[in-house]
Design a protein around this ligand. Sequence first.
Ligand code: 3PG
Length: 420
Amino acid sequence: MRFGINTLDDIDAGNKTVLCRIDINQPVDKAAGVLKDTTRIEACIPTLKELSEKGAKLVLLAHQGSDIEYKNFWTTEPHSKVLSSLLGKEVRFIDDVCGPAARDAIKALKSGEILLLDNVRFVSEEQTLFETKLLLSHEEQAKTLLVRKLAPLADLYVCDAFAASHRDQPSLCGFEQLLPSAMGRLFEEEFCVISGIMEKPERPCVFVLGGAKISDAFLMMNTVLKGGAADKVLSGGLVGELLLWADGKNIGEGTKAFIKKEGYDNLLDTAKGLLSAYRDRIAMPGDFALLEDGQRAEYPLENIPPDAVVLDIGCETAALYQNIIREAKTVFVNGPVGVFEDEATERGTKMVWDALGDTAAYTVIGGGDSITATKKYGKTKDINYICTGGGALIRFLTGEELPVVKALRHGSKITRKIEA
Ligand code: 3PG
């Protein structure tokens, strides 16, 4: 047991039906219908291999979003092929989550076999509305459809989804109320490494916050600035754009329309509050890049064309960020600072990642897009720690107990299955 949670050493999975929640949520190429990266899938292989070799009848639960949080859910079918090839054995996929077909497939599993269910977020109780508005307790989550239908078929619950450990949802926190539970190997490693770094980060400690999934960034910024964990926040991507908008700066009507479309304008008041309390510790972009006839065009903030959609931080901002990263002693990164997928708008992210590659600071990056950028710029070996979690990492850094950690501590005390 570590941190009050069972590890795989504490459970006997042999011939047992094990529900295993993994996080294989990957950046997707919507046009081509393929996964752009497989890092998270690779990272959970040790747990799956170990459980399968111990003779578990293994049922995998996972979610897959798209680039925008909680919209456009995708099937997990492509992931089963990647899992099969990495494990060297078939991981069967079923296009059902907890209906009769999924339950029959679970009952038919033999020792060592692995079944991947479809995206758990196809079940409405797994979605954000339930997490943020209805605030189901863990006991209530144990009464949701998913848990009621699947827990009776299982003996054990294992969570290896560290990257989703900040989510308070039935597939992550409900099963631990009924089944003896443990964390998987990846969860154990990430929890251990990050706890170690956070005990005493070397100063100055800089946070680079960007990306397109920004609710978590805004949630944690106040805590890390107030509590002193962050000496400086370097903002990019939608985080930087929203902060500037909140500060009354012109970021282009197209940019604002995009932020509104994603529903992030509701963070404007939070952003204003952050700026009034911590302006001196928050760096915002002073120039931007946009596309004109398919070509990169850079503008200082005060000259951004009225209708513009900004797509990257400008080179002056990126150079300034490079200096701060090179002078830091610890750097946490969550999210690229621009649309790094396209050649014309990748320069800001590339420059930031160049500095991450050669700084002497201890560097930690987290999240799907940051991992993809790290690979794209060949920096995997230069980054000290790559965490599969983005939102989970930054939520962890606030010092709050993560919902899944709380649930796993509870499930680690259960020695015999509780009938619902
Ligand atoms: C992530 O990508 O951060 C995790 O998979 C959690 O996904 P979510 O933000 O869609 O809940």
